[in-house]
Ligand binder design. Structure first.
Ligand SMILES: [Zn+2]
Length: 539
C-alpha cells in the first residue's frame, strides 16, 4: 500500500451518491427510504445495471466471477455487492446491456463506491434484456501501463491494430454474426502511463485474501489518459490493455463511464497480457461485452466446452504464431440471443409435428434454405429448451474437436444458460458421447423428446425430431382426427411414426398402402397392426 491510494480511490461518484442519499432522507421521500419493522432504514437505488464477467487464465482451476454496477439517472455509479440469493436471482435475467433494476439495502451502507444490496428487482423481462446487436460496433482499444512499470510494454500498438483489424476481430465477428455486425477496431491508442502503481489498482479490498482489480478506477484513469486522442462518445466499446497481470482474471461486460464530459454505457473489456496474447480470450471477453453469458458442459465447470468461444474458446486446437489460440464460433443459442438467426433459419419444433429437417453447419453456412438451429421446447416453459446445431469444419470452426450434431440444454434462468448434452455422462462434453453422428439418437424419456441424426448431407446433417416420442408408435392413415402416435390416436403418416418412435422400439402400421418411399435409418421394428391385411410400402 502506498500513501496516494486514498487519493486515487476517493471516488467522486461515491461521494456524490452519499450526498444524494442524505438529501433524500432529509426530505423523507417515501419512495427511496422507509423504515422496516425493526426500525432499520433502507435505501433504494434505481438505475441501469451492468454486469462484468471475470475469466481466470486458461488452465487454471479458478471459477469465473461476476461483478455488478448500477448507474442512476444522474450518472452516479456504484458497485453492487450481492449475496448468493441475490446473485441467483440475477443470474438468468440480466445481461450486460443495461437492464433497469432497483436495488434495496441498508441505508447506512454506501462506502468506497459500493452498495450492499439485499434485493435486486429487474423491471424488464429476460427477453427484453437481451437486445439484438446489429451494424457497426465501434471499439476503441487503449493500452495503459502502471506507474511502477512504465518501462514494460508487452506488445507494440501495431499488434493491437492487427488483432482488432479487418483480418482480426473484425473478420472474426463478421463471420460469427453472419455479417450482422462489423467491428470497427481501427482506433488503437497508447501506451499511456497510469497515475498509480499496480498495487493502487489491484489489491485485496474485501479481506478475503485474493487480489481485486479496481475495474472502474482502471477504466476511469486509462480512459482519462486517452481522452485527448480519442472522443469516446463516438464509440460503443472500450477495450483496455494493461501491461501487467490484473487480479484473477480478464474481464468483459459493460459499464457506465464519463469520458470527454459525457456519461453513458460502454461495452467493456479489461485485458492483462495473458489474455490479449490469445485471440480466443479476446473473442470471449468481447462476447461478454456484446451481452453473451458462458456455455459449458453439464458437469459444473465453466471452461470445459470446446464448442463455444464463450466456454473454453475451442480448446486451442489451432495456435496462430502471432495471436495464439484461435477461437471457434459461439453456439447457435448465443447467435439467436443476439438476433443473428432469422426466424426462417431456426426450426421451432412444435408439439404435434414430428419432422425431418436439414440442419446445415453453423460456421459459414453454405445454403440459404437449410436451418441453422432447431429449438425444442421442454415441457411448457419458455425458458427451458434444447437446441440442435451442426458443427463442421469451416471458417473459424476449421479446427473443431469433431464434426457432428451438437445439442445444448438451455435454461435461461441459469448463469450459464446452455449446457452441452452429453448422454455418456463421462465428464467430457467434447468427445464422441456429445457428438451425434448419422445413426445415433438422443432420447429424453422424461420429456418424450427424440432426436435422430438420419444422414450426412452436403454441408450438414438431416435430423429427425419429435416432441412426442413413442414406444411403441402407432400409424393409421385413416385417422383424420387428433393424432399423437398412441394406439387411440395414431399418426396418419408412416413418416411420423418412424420419427417419433424411440430407437429400438416398434412402429405398428395399420394394413394399408403407404406411399412413403422412405429409407429407414433408425433401429426399429416395423410391424403390421392387427391380425390380417397387408402393409404395402412405396405405393
Ligand atoms: Zn467469461
Amino acid at each position: 500500500m502506498n500513501d496516494n491510494r486514498s487519493v486515487l480511490h476517493a471516488r467522486p461518484t461515491a461521494v456524490l451518491m452519499l450526498v444524494a442519499i442524505t438529501c433524500v432522507h432529509a426530505a423523507g421521500a417515501p419512495q427511496d427510504s422507509d423504515a422496516q419493522p425493526d426500525g432499520a432504514a433502507t435505501t433504494t437505488l434505481t438505475g441501469t445495471l451492468h454486469v462484468v464477467w471475470g475469466d481466470p487464465p486458461a488452465g487454471s482451476d479458478l471459477p469465473p466471477v461476476k461483478r455488478y454496477w448500477i448507474t442512476e439517472k444522474a450518472g452516479q455509479t456504484v458497485e453492487l455487492i450481492l449475496d448468493d440469493e441475490g446473485l441467483a436471482r440475477l443470474a438468468g435475467t440480466v445481461v450486460s446491456n443495461g437492464e433497469r433494476v432497483t436495488a434495496t439495502g441498508p441505508a447506512a451502507n454506501l462506502s468506497d463506491g459500493r452498495f450492499r444490496a439485499d434485493t435486486v428487482a429487474t423491471s424488464g423481462s429476460a427477453a427484453a434484456a437481451v437486445g439484438g446487436v446489429y451494424g457497426e460496433v465501434r471499439y476503441a482499444t487503449v493500452a495503459c501501463r502502471f506507474a511502477d512499470s512504465t518501462g514494460t510494454t508487452p506488445r507494440p500498438l501495431s499488434f493491437f491494430e492487427d488483432l482488432m483489424g479487418v483480418t482480426g476481430m473484425n473478420h472474426y465477428w463478421q463471420e460469427l454474426s453472419y455479417d450482422n455486425i462489423s467491428i470497427d477496431g481501427a482506433t488503437v491508442v497508447g501506451w499511456y502511463d497510469l497515475p498509480g502503481d499496480r498495487s493502487d489498482y489491484v489489491y485485496d479490498d474485501d479481506g478475503d485474501g485474493d487480489l481485486d482489480a479496481q475495474l472502474e478506477q482502471l477504466a476511469i484513469d486509462c480512459v482519462a489518459a486517452a481522452e485527448g486522442d480519442v472522443y469516446f462518445p463516438d464509440y460503443d466499446g472500450i477495450l483496455l490493455m494493461f501491461n501487467q497481470t490484473l487480479d484473477c482474471c480478464a474481464w468483459g461486460g459493460g459499464l457506465d463511464l464519463t469520458a470527454n464530459g459525457v456519461t453513458r454505457g460502454y461495452r467493456m473489456g479489461w485485458f492483462p497480457p495473458a489474455a490479449f496474447n490469445r485471440q480466443d480470450f479476446v473473442g470471449h471477453e468481447m462476447g461478454h461485452s456484446l451481452g453473451l453469458p458462458h456455455s459449458s458442459g453439464p458437469y459444473g465447470a465453466t471452461y470445459d466446452s470446446y464448442w463455444d468461444v464463450m466456454s473454453s474458446g475451442g480448446g486451442c486446437q489451432y495456435e496462430d504464431p502471432e495471436f495464439g489460440c484461435i477461437g471457434v464460433h459461439t453456439i447457435a443459442y448465443h447467435k439467436d440471443m443476439l438476433g443473428w438467426l432469422t426466424p426462417s433459419q431456426r426450426f421451432d419444433v412444435s408439439v404435434s409435428n414430428p419432422r425431418t429437417i436439414r440442419l446445415q453447419r453453423l460456421a459459414v453456412p453454405a445454403t440459404g434454405t437449410d436451418y441453422r438451429m432447431a429449438k425444442i421446447p421442454i415441457g411448457g416453459s419458455p425458458t427451458h429448451f434444447y437446441t440442435v446445431e451442426t458443427r463442421l469444419a469451416a471458417g473459424y470452426d476449421s479446427h473443431l474437436v469433431g464434426e457432428a450434431v451438437i445439442m445444448h440444454e438451455v435454461d435461461t434462468t441459469r448463469s450459464s444458460h446452455a449446457l452441452v448434452v452429453d448422454p455418456d455422462g463421462n465428464g467430457d462434453p467434447n468427445d464422441e458421447g456429445a457428438q451425434f453422428l448419422p445413426g445415433e439418437s438422443f432420447y429424453d424419456a422424461v420429456n418424450q423428446i427424440v432426436v435422430h441424426v438420419e444422414r450426412a448431407i452436403p454441408f450438414g446433417f438431416e435430423v429427425s425430431i419429435s416432441r412426442q416420442a413413442r414406444n411403441p408408435a402407432y400409424v393409421d392413415p385413416s385417422n383424420t382426427g387428433y393424432e399423437d402416435g398412441t394406439a387411440a390416436n395414431p399418426w396418419n403418416t408412416l413418416e411420423e411414426g418412424l420419427i417419433s418412435v424411440v430407437p429400438g422400439a416398434t412402429v405398428y402400421a395399420a394394413p394399408e398402402n403407404y406411399p412413403d418411399a422412405r429409407t429407414i435409418r433408425k433401429p426399429l421394428v416395423l410391424r403390421r397392426d392387427g391380425a390380417s391385411g397387408a402393409v404395402v410400402l412405396g405405393q
